[in-house]
Design a protein around this ligand. Structure first.
Ligand SMILES: O=C(O)C1=C[C@@H](OP(=O)(O)O)[C@@H](O)[C@H](O)C1
Ligand SMILES: C=C(OP(=O)(O)O)C(=O)O
Length: 421
């Protein structure tokens, strides 16, 4: 699919899409909880749909109602010898330890970018928990056979927090009197989100400095009613769109959320946008934009919208944390450099630092998403202030996290044409 985005003025109100990070965790917790859980305001992105399918294959019964899902579970009881996590990094890293709670041998597969993302962590860690595990040289497919037996363990958190999320969720169902110790944890707020979600489903973990996670006496997930919060990661693109090309109100965004990507507000403030935060609504307006400095090590998904913002700031913006981008849907540091380069924006990568030279004018161009949803969305936002149309190839990549994105941009005044080809 090819999408053409014309320069436009942004104005209007839109409701943030549901957070896929919250939704995927809730689906996993509902699978682990014996009984019926309700998930309201569910996400329907590809990653969320993949999580629902995995939960079904691991034994949950899922009923879709008007604006909620009813998930009934007897705990992990796989119906299939294979589970497919689609393209979701979180999905595979969270559901693998959960699937390993069962004694059944299971093959775990995925497609697209997921087949190139690193999984060697499991080969190193799961055998310590009595789970047999093989990979194809650290890549998919994974073959596992549990049952996972929690014990005191020390893991490396420097590559991704997602492995820890998976272990925490699985330990929640089976651990008693054990501690997970993690060294050099990155993306810490995602772990805060995991713990918050687990607490909502009745599982208490005592966390110390995001280094130690202590499980006391044996606990059980309790079925519950959960409402998925608005997605700061997707909304970041809309907020930047308003900051560079007009004004907007984005609703259903909780400023007290544990989501890491609410840090977009810090960047927008530093850049000089006018922001009026309510408790669940953000109003944002364009103002003279200045370059800024920010450390995005713990909120790596913000790089693409930050680059779209920085391209509109008069001078060089410095963003730290580029090394976190190498193993996302694409190698995002390089992808941003290449695609924004086509639009006339120079990006230098210096070790862990990205320098975006903004204010030089964004040019209309044909760009490619590299099958990376956040690259497609960043290019669409950059197009709003370009000197001509920006054509985005492989634009359907947005479906991974935010299928409503082009519609939402249009609601805010974006001029978009879609060519399905
Ligand atoms: O737990 C999550 O929901 C996520 C964690 C982050 O990954 P890392 O921990 O690998 O940075 C983030 O990039 C990803 O999009 C979603
Ligand atoms: C990297 C992402 O997700 P995941 O790692 O879950 O595939 C993302 O949403 O940008």
């Amino acid at each position: 699919m090819q999408v053409t985005v014309l320069p436009a003025i942004i104005k209007g109100t839109v409701t943030a899409n549901p957070s896929k990070s919250a939704m995927q965790r809730a689906v996993a917790a509902a699978l682990l909880a014996k009984g019926t859980s309700i998930i309201r305001n569910p996400g329907l992105s590809n990653d969320c749909l993949a999580a629902l399918e995995v939960a079904e294959n691991l034994g949950a019964e899922i009923k879709r109602e008007d604006n909620h899902f009813e998930i009934t579970s007897k705990g992990v009881q796989p119906l299939s010898h294979e589970i497919n996590c689609g393209e979701s990094g979180l999905g595979i890293r969270m559901f693998t330890p959960i699937a390993a709670l069962s004694a059944q041998p299971i093959t775990i597969v995925g497609h697209g970018s997921l087949t190139t993302r690193p999984m060697h962590f499991f080969e190193e860690v799961l055998p310590q928990l009595q789970v047999k595990c093989t990979t194809d040289n650290g890549k998919l497919p994974l073959h596992i056979q549990g049952p996972l037996q929690p014990k005191d363990i020390t893991i490396d958190g420097s590559l991704s927090s997602q492995f820890l999320t998976g272990l925490l969720m699985a330990y929640g169902a089976a651990a008693a009197d054990v501690t997970i110790t993690v060294k050099d944890l990155k993306s810490k707020p995602y772990i805060a989100l995991t713990l918050q979600l687990m607490a909502h489903f009745g599982i208490k973990v005592t966390e110390t400095s995001f280094e130690q996670f202590r499980f006391g006496k044996q606990q059980a997930y309790k079925p519950t009613d959960y409402t998925v919060e608005g997605d700061w990661s997707g909304a970041a693109f809309l907020l930047v769109a308003a900051a560079v090309a007009g004004k907007a109100e984005v609703q259903h965004l909780n400023t007290a959320s544990a989501q890491s990507d609410k840090a977009i507000l810090e960047a927008l403030e530093k850049a000089g946008a006018t922001i009026l935060p309510g408790v669940f609504t953000i109003n944002i307006q364009r103002n003279g934009l200045q370059p800024f400095e920010i450390d995005a090590t713990d909120c790596p998904d913000l790089f693409p919208p930050l680059v779209a913002l920085a391209a509109n700031c008069n001078g060089t913006t410095k963003i730290k944390g580029v090394s976190r981008l190498a193993h996302k849907e694409s190698d995002r540091g390089l992808t941003l450099q290449e695609e924004f380069g086509k639009m006339g924006i120079r990006i230098d990568l210096e070790g862990d630092i990205m320098l975006v030279h903004g204010g030089t004018g964004i040019k209309g161009a044909t760009v490619h998403s590299h099958n990376d949803h956040r690259i497609a969305m960043a290019c669409a936002v950059a197009a709003l202030t370009a000197d001509g149309p920006v054509v985005i190839e492989n634009a359907e990549a947005i479906n991974k996290s935010y299928p409503e994105f082009y519609d939402h941009l249009q609601l805010l005044g974006g001029k978009i044409t879609v060519d399905v080809q």
